[in-house]
Write a protein that binds this ligand. Structure first.
Ligand code: NAG
Ligand code: NAG
Ligand code: NAG
Ligand code: NAG
Length: 389
């Protein structure tokens, strides 16, 4: 009897112990991630000064709403990546290429406006696409990762400017790239079938870069899909569209369909990466849906003229590819600003025909931060936890 009683209570204690362990394991899994740094890869949607540093500053009135100076951003204010940094109490990311006043202790931004996943076989002046394609951004990251640690050992000043070694493993790696790869084909008159045909190649190259970062110790990845490019003035104005290709919102369907195809393939690529990289937490974020519903339900969301650029010059979309936002012409020796800003950017979605306003970026951030548009459906603050499904 004694023995039975002992066994019973032993089993009972064991059960309690196991439940306790289970609870604490769950609590652990649900704890918020403490990302000490963010490393971002992308295009103008998340460029905080890269293209400006290398190829000339974005001109005013960009930045007018928040920074009161262009600040290298293609917007009137903050970008989604800025709201992400803010939400973790981290400083805004300095552009890796920016040699003046940068501080990389809590991350670096490798994105430049006009960047593509695939290197383009044309120069910036020929095509408008940045030579800092995603593979180049990775080379820069790789150099930064190793050389920052050498510099930190060399002189104390660099401890105030460069990340600690352990931050590279604990950091959040964010991606927002692909839009320019799709438009690049159309701008050289490719058909939708031809553009669609190279989408798998884009995702192969992007996957390889993510794996390479994983090999360097990266573990948490937050990957935005590409937006409804067919709702942007620079596409609506520039590419010939027949009436039948415009949807009920006023967006160009073929371009949005290609974007959605890219997103489908991106989601598949992310699922494959989860299998190949067993220690990685990879979150796919459907910004396409957020942006499309923002544009289609503009009024309900407190916005107006969803397809018109706030800052631009003329035409149906207030967009002119020859006179952009901040664009000037010289008449009789006097400079005249043609690409001026609208009265109230806070009720507008599109900033300059290509990019979103700060108000729209804030809207997108607010929608995606809680995981409603994520796969797996985990909030930004939990993006370090791998979900095994
Ligand atoms: C650039 O040229 C190379 C070699 O011909 C080709 O493999 C690659 O796909 C081209 N890139 C683009 C973006 O067309
Ligand atoms: C860089 O930023 C970090 C964090 O905000 C700060 O502690 C550090 O003093 C800054 N470095 C310099 C040189 O100002
Ligand atoms: C694309 O087509 C347009 C209109 O036919 C033409 O003007 C332009 O030169 C073409 N662009 C390229 C890169 O072939
Ligand atoms: C520029 O100067 C010429 C000659 O004085 C004048 O005829 C023309 O109207 C001026 N143009 C503008 C836009 O002021």
């Amino acid at each position: 009897m004694e023995l039975l009683h002992f066994l019973r209570s032993a089993v009972c204690s064991l059960f309690v112990l196991v439940s306790l362990l289970n609870v604490s394991a769950q609590a652990l899994a649900l704890s918020q991630c403490e990302f000490p740094a963010i490393f971002n890869f992308g295009d103008s949607n998340s460029d905080t000064g890269g293209l400006s540093a290398a190829f000339g500053q974005v001109s005013a009135p960009a930045g007018e709403t928040y920074f009161h100076t262009p600040s290298g951003r293609y917007s009137d204010g903050r970008l989604v990546i800025d709201f992400i940094a803010e939400s973790f109490g981290l400083p805004y990311l300095s552009a890796y290429l920016d040699a003046v006043g940068s501080n990389f202790t809590h991350g670096a931004n490798f994105a430049t406006a006009g960047s593509t996943i695939r290197p383009q076989n044309s120069s910036l002046s020929q095509s408008g696409f940045s030579p800092i394609s995603c593979n180049v951004q990775f080379y820069q990251y790789y150099g930064f990762r190793t050389r920052s640690q050498i510099a930190r050992k060399r002189a104390q000043v660099f401890e105030q400017l460069l990340p600690k070694d352990e931050y590279f493993n604990k950091a959040l790696y964010t991606f927002d790239i692909g839009q320019n790869d799709l438009t690049a084909g159309y701008f050289v008159n490719m058909t939708t079938d031809e553009v669609t045909a190279y989408v798998p190649d884009l995702l192969g190259q992007l996957s390889y870069i993510i794996k390479s970062i994983y090999d360097q110790g990266g573990r948490s990845f937050w990957i935005h899909n590409t937006g409804p490019v067919g709702c942007l003035p620079y596409i609506l104005d520039r590419l010939l569209i027949t009436a039948g290709q415009i949807d009920s919102v006023g967006c160009a369907s073929p371009f949005n369909e290609v974007a959605q195809y890219f997103n489908l393939k991106l989601k598949e690529a992310v699922a494959q990466l989860r299998k190949n990289l067993p220690l990685a937490a990879i979150t796919y974020v459907d910004v396409y849906s957020v942006k499309y519903s923002l544009i289609s339900d503009a009024k309900k969301n407190g916005f107006e003229h969803p397809l018109r650029a706030c800052c631009g010059h003329g035409g149906k979309y207030n967009y002119n590819r020859h006179v952009g936002c901040g664009g000037k012409i010289t008449v009789n020796g006097t400079q005249i600003l043609l690409g001026s800003s609208c009265k109230d950017p806070s009720v507008r979605i599109n900033w300059d025909g290509v990019h979103f306003t700060e108000a729209a970026n804030k809207f997108v951030f607010d929608q995606i931060v809680d995981g409603s548009y994520s796969d797996p459906p985990i909030p930004l603050k939990m993006a370090c936890h791998r979900q095994n499904q």
